[in-house]
Design a protein around this ligand. Sequence first.
Ligand code: OAD
Length: 243
Amino acid sequence: MKIPKELIKYLQKSTHIAILTGAGISAESGLNTFREAQTGFWSQYRPEDLATPQAFARDPKLVWDWYAMRRNKVAEASSNSGHFALVDMESRTPNFTLITQNVDGYHVQAGSKNVLELHGNIQKVRCFDGCGIVDDWEDNSEVPHCPKCNAYLRPDVVWFGESLPLDALNAAHKATLECQAFFSVGTSGLVQPAASLAHTARQKGAIVIEINLDPTPLTPHVDFALHGKSGEILPALVKETWG
Ligand code: OAD
């Protein structure tokens, strides 16, 4: 993949970079994405059966087992060259913010520091009744109970119809407003509010770069669309920009 020269020059001068990642960046680690035909979770399952508070209230064990299966897959695999390239990019950029929709924790595992997990983390659980308890996910075949109020514990991820963690969302907005370059990597850009960040960055004068296997609804609005695998494009881009 040839990285455009104008992009390299622009990035070399940039002090503020924000990145949004989605399931595509972890695809080369072996994790499923959500919306790709055949392999995406949402082409095999209905989100309303597995990823809503109503689904958990109806059948906690079904939802728990599905997230336990995903958590096992996350544990069996690890970060890939795309995640590691973003660690390098952070070390070269004075103000760098990595906003992720992924719950796999691979950015932190790779060594990225300023990471905002907008959709939570599959390694953690929290009280379904909202009493405030958040804990590490221990291996349980049964749905565990909250040590404080005895309600069920649920995966600490954001479900459809729920709000995003406010601190992370506010920090993501701030980074988006301040950045000179905004990357959208491995996301279909269909889920709000994350999807609107690239447009906000553009309105504030940042250049927007998309890295994705395929075109997305964002593609017509970006300055640079780099089509291919993020695990190949990101390392090439970092090497050509910062040596
Ligand atoms: P999607 O499955 O919607 O999109 C994944 C994107 O990654 C697609 O556009 C693919 O073309 C692209 N892709 C796949 N492999 C790639 C690779 N190796 N390199 C680059 N791009 C690649 O996943 P998300 O956009 O992350 O929310 O989905 C957003 C949210 O919807 C998820 O966080 C999840 C889901 O419902 C919650 O669970 C709250």
